[in-house]
Design a protein around this ligand. Structure first.
Ligand code: GLP
Length: 259
């Protein structure tokens, strides 16, 4: 795992966009997308590169991490709608190749199995963007999620519902259940890229990066992945014991070694 401490969110956005651009320039790119506020700066940079530098998403397929149960794709706070608004409506990706689990399916278990099969059918996700919840969740894998889990329905913690209440009129409107790629699904992506900014994420980042590999902190699965990169700002890095080492590594990063 590589931990990269950046001076600003904009720097994180540029690094993440570099990683995505390299994948997007391959023949049949499969990109993993996340919602939440953390990825927005990277999406803004990708949209800018599309508009100003001709970066194309025309051959890409995209898979979202998760979706609320009960919200149709037309609901403004469904993750399907959020990702259209924040990224895919602004680039040249084929909307039919932007996939998300359907939280309104009659048979949610079957829908989750279909979603995992759709990811497998394209050969897996090449690069998966991840935010992190204050309780260490990735996607919507709350603490004590199985480290091998596949896409499935989950119950949100009250903390996550409170954290996400800002997108709704009240906490009562935040759905109680979700469909999420499992930790095993996420782990099968070729490259995991986690982004976190701000003091509120410092504890979760420290647990994920330097704590034990444990279902208690689902983001700790990054430690078990052969290619994981964590981009954080100074505030999100403020509880990392090895911060000096990560800064030293970045300052001495050889030109031949990308992220
Ligand atoms: C939600 C999403 C996660 C995201 C998390 C943090 O719970 N399901 O994928 O990482 O929020 O969001 P933010 O980046 O807004 O803090």
């Amino acid at each position: 795992m590589e931990v990269v401490i950046c001076p600003s969110a904009e720097d994180i956005g540029r690094h993440v966009a570099d990683v995505y651009e390299a994948v997007l320039r391959t023949e049949a790119p499969v990109i993993g997308l996340a919602t939440g506020s953390s990825p927005l700066v990277a999406y803004a940079e990708l949209i800018r590169r599309h508009r100003e530098e001709g970066l194309s998403f025309a051959h890409a397929s995209a898979f979202l991490l998760d979706e609320y149960v009960g919200l149709p794709a037309t609901h403004p706070e469904s993750y399907a709608a959020v990702i259209r608004r924040e990224l895919t409506d602004h680039v040249d990706i084929d909307p039919a190749r932007v996939h998300s689990p359907d939280g309104t399916a009659d048979d949610l278990a079957a829908e989750c199995a279909r979603y995992d099969a759709a990811i497998d059918a394209v050969g897996g996700v090449h690069v998966q963007l991840l935010g992190i919840g204050t309780d260490g969740h990735v996607g919507f894998n709350e603490p004590m999620s199985s480290l091998s889990s596949r896409t499935r329905p989950k119950t949100l913690t009250q903390q996550t519902r409170k954290d996400n209440a800002r997108f709704f009129d009240s906490v009562d409107e935040v759905p109680t259940h979700v469909l999420t790629q499992g930790l095993g699904t996420i782990r099968s992506a070729h490259h995991l890229v986690l982004v976190a900014t701000g003091e509120a994420k410092a504890e979760a980042v420290a647990a994920a990066v330097e704590g034990p590999l444990s279902a208690r902190c689902p983001a700790s699965i990054l430690q078990w992945h052969p290619h994981a990169t964590v981009f954080v700002d100074d505030a999100a890095a403020s509880r990392l014991d090895y911060a000096d080492y990560y800064r030293y590594t970045l300052a001495n990063k050889p030109d031949w070694q990308g992220f």
